[in-house]
Design a protein around this ligand. Structure first.
Ligand code: ADP
Ligand code: ADP
Ligand code: ZN
Length: 213
């Protein structure tokens, strides 16, 4: 099963992708996490990506596409994957479609996690991320068992550089301009399903599971 998560920054794509990945036993691939790993590791790709990420802009398609295809070529992706944060532009969606078509393959499902802008700003303010394993928490809605510490790996949680209010506004406008058109793209492909992302995490996940039934 090849699944795409669509939605504004902070809509809960990563949170749900993680659950889907466990349930379906496929890898969760987040281009944001891949970029952050490169930034943390000081790679050339990381250095180039950072200047865009810090401004709340998208990293250019060429860099993003190459990194993504490297990752999905790995053995663990053979039976499918859930993509979180890719595609984010129409050209990215077109490249993905073309590459899959070459192998007689296609995306099975595009899940749009729908959350209005006013909720987003609140969500991002409370987001805490694990720099080591990529797990995500929310100080009010999804707190870790021990404040400031990752449940999964014990690392100290951080606030992402790009979760500052000014950058969040910029990312939202980038989302509306460049990413939202993908909703229509996948609607035309006949594989778009929308869930109400304002519900609590468990409810959203059960709405998503109903899509697989
Ligand atoms: P969010 O939590 O906002 O959905 P991500 O962790 O997915 O954020 O992405 C963080 C940043 O990484 C983005 O603001 C962008 O700069 C970069 N990025 C991630 N995925 C892509 C992509 N598919 N195309 C271009 N840039 C991307
Ligand atoms: P995205 O990957 O779309 O950027 P995340 O999964 O990182 O979004 O979620 C953004 C923030 O909102 C995180 O702090 C996360 O813990 C929290 N969150 C995720 N889903 C929900 C939900 N259904 N209700 C409330 N908060 C949520
Ligand atoms: Zn962790």
């Amino acid at each position: 099963m090849k699944i795409i998560m669509l939605g504004a920054p902070g809509a809960g794509k990563g949170t749900q992708a993680d659950r889907i990945a466990q349930e379906q036993n496929i890898p969760h691939i987040s281009t944001g996490d891949l970029f952050r790993a490169n930034v943390g590791g000081g790679t050339e790709l990381g250095m180039r990506a950072k200047e865009y990420m810090d401004r709340g802009a998208l990293v250019p398609d060429e860099l993003t596409v190459e990194m993504l295809f490297d990752r999905v070529a790995a053995e663990d992706c053979r039976d499918g994957y859930v993509l979180d944060g890719f595609p984010r532009t129409i050209p990215q969606a077109e490249v993905l479609k073309k590459e899959l078509e070459k192998r007689g393959d296609r995306v099975d499902l595009a899940i749009n996690v729908d959350v209005p802008d006013e909720n987003i700003v609140r969500r991002m303010g409370g987001r805490r991320a694990c720099p080591k394993c990529g797990a995500t928490y929310h100080i009010e809605h999804i707190p870790p068992k021990q404040e400031g510490i990752c449940d999964k790996c014990g690392a100290e949680l951080i606030i992402r550089d790009d979760d500052k209010p000014e950058t969040v506004q910029k990312r939202l406008s980038v989302y509306h301009e460049q990413t939202q058109p993908l909703i229509e793209f996948y609607e035309k492909e006949g594989i778009l399903r929308t869930v109400d992302g304002t519900k609590d995490m468990e409810q959203v996940f059960s709405d998503i599971k109903a899509l697989f039934a």
